[in-house]
Design a protein around this ligand. Structure first.
Ligand code: DAT
Ligand code: MG
Length: 140
């Protein structure tokens, strides 16, 4: 086991329903520490860059429109095996397939409006964290 950091986004469908605190409670209950957090509006360019890996997918336009439709909360989470732990806590991409007690089972509206993002690898975590946070904004 290793102390790791992962990148999280609380998405516009969740901020719109005032679920930031409820989602953070699930995160903290899973022993993940929120070591950086800010509420921002993504620009279209930021959202396109963030999801560039999905740019050829049919849902890309819809995804970018959704991600800039309202405020998001970007976060850095720290803990033992934080990347895998947070993916587990988030639940499956499609809330219909998400396990009981996961954030997406509890709160997601649909496969597109699914309340949270979490990095899927150490490489992605490093790139995603650096896109939104300077080193001195992260306090472990
Ligand atoms: P995850 O967010 O679980 O890592 P992903 O990386 O495959 O999932 O996709 C990124 C986001 O794209 C996902 O959170 C929501 C959107 N998305 C994925 N598949 C979709 C689909 N079939 N229809 C609409 N949006 C989709
Ligand atoms: Mg992903």
């Amino acid at each position: 086991m290793a102390l790791e950091r992962t990148f999280s986004i609380i998405k516009p469908d969740a901020t719109e329903r005032n679920l930031t605190g409820a989602i953070n409670a699930v995160i903290e209950k899973a022993s993940l520490r929120i070591v950086a957090q800010k509420r921002i509006l993504l620009t279209r360019a930021q959202a396109e860059q963030f999801y560039a890996v999905h740019s050829a997918r049919p849902f890309f336009g819809e995804l970018v429109d959704f991600m800039i439709s309202g405020p998001v909360v970007v976060q850095v989470l720290e803990g033992e095996d934080a990347i895998a732990t947070y993916r587990e806590v988030m639940g499956a991409t499609n809330p219909e397939n998400a396990a009981e007690g996961t954030i997406r089972k509890l709160f997601a509206k649909s496969v597109g409006e699914n309340s949270v993002h979490g990095s899927d690898s150490p490489e992605a975590a490093q790139v995603e964290i650096a896109q939104f946070f300077a080193g001195n904004e992260i306090v472990g």
